[in-house]
Ligand binder design. Sequence first.
Ligand SMILES: *Cc1c(COP(=O)(O)O)cnc(C)c1O
Length: 442
Amino acid sequence: MTTISKTEIRITEEILARTGEMLARLNPEQAKDQVLGIVCQNEEWRGRQCINLLAPEALMSPTARRLLSSELSQRAGEGEIGNRWFAGTRYIDELEALCVELAKRLFRCHFADHRMVSGMVSNTVVYFALTQPGDAVMSLPKPAGGHSSNRLDGPAGLRGCRIVDIPFDPYEMTVDVEAFRREAERVRPRLIALGSTLTLFPYPLREMKEIAVELGAHLYLDGAHQLGLIAGGQFQDALGEGADVLTGSTGKTLSGPQGGLILWNDPALTGRLRWAIFPGMAATHQINRVAALAVSLAEMLAFGQAYMAQIVANSQRLAAALHTRGFNVLCAHKGYTQTHQVAVHVAEHGGGYAVAERLAQANIVVNKNLMPDDTPENWDQPSGIRLGTTEVTRLGMKEAEMEQIADFIHRVLVAGVPPQQVAIDVAAFREGFQTVGYCFDA
Ligand SMILES: *Cc1c(COP(=O)(O)O)cnc(C)c1O
């Protein structure tokens, strides 16, 4: 199980102590300037100079970003569309109805809820709606990309569920369906949770759904990462293939504001899900975010197919380009990836943590990541990194630029060029990609 280590707590305390000392010398207005300075520096660095390859991140369109600071950001709309605690919500009702209907159209489903402020909260709703304390839940283990949402240290554990691993084939990076059938028949889970933070290929969802039906279990896809890919027709249509519920983060491949969506088709689930959503988990659910989400959904309807297809083409090219340059990229035998993600084993380059730190010094941002052959015990010493192509694709980069990115990474990690030197070239390269595409602003 993941816990916070003593080292992490010590580092946090040290940073807070240093900041507290600095603050003691500032008046409130200087403190305000300090905040603005930090935000500007981050915008200049991460927003203009870096190649951001963090798989969970995406850029919003200028219109969606503007909506986050609209007048709506100060309004409250607790309750259901058309049935609120507060008066004065006429336009908020119209806006939220638009958001829900756009989500239903984009995901071709009967029900959608937009009120969850994150993917994690959406998953919490599923656990409260579809399980009871003590129920068995089957989910993917962490080295296979399993997210804390569906494990003992997240919502599933907080609900009091027992967690059993879905058998996973680390070489093929997919579920071992026969082993799953045997284990599921033994465990008799109430809920089967598919989905992971490291997803390279679609799941054998139809086969698993058949087994779920035989055992009377619900099956849901935590599609946090894949929501945009599903919308753009680049990942399996989870609800169409039988998932009872699809949840996801709206700020990952969907490229909207950070938040959550819950999607389903079966009216029999509506009462339970709605109860867990409101009043269970939502109160002031950030209507400015809902406005930005509605616009992002419209963008996906118009541009999603082309945008998501380019994301997958880019990740496949980035993976191949790294492999050609000698990197140990996962799943070379099956085309590396069919999503926005690429997984690279970097034990020989110093491990995931050191590699991610070194690349960040070169203005290339990735995350350390457990690899499927890591053990849960070495969760804080992961031997890989995970790359995602969502952001660079929305900035207009294509296959040729993926070759250049692989070159930059090779120079830092293999050729031994000082990262500070590569950083200058990365910033110059990034200079040519400053405009967000696949949106009505473009
Ligand atoms: C990112 C992620 C989440 C959490 O989503 P947030 O929107 O960050 O709360 C849940 N499940 C999986 C599989 C994820 O990758």
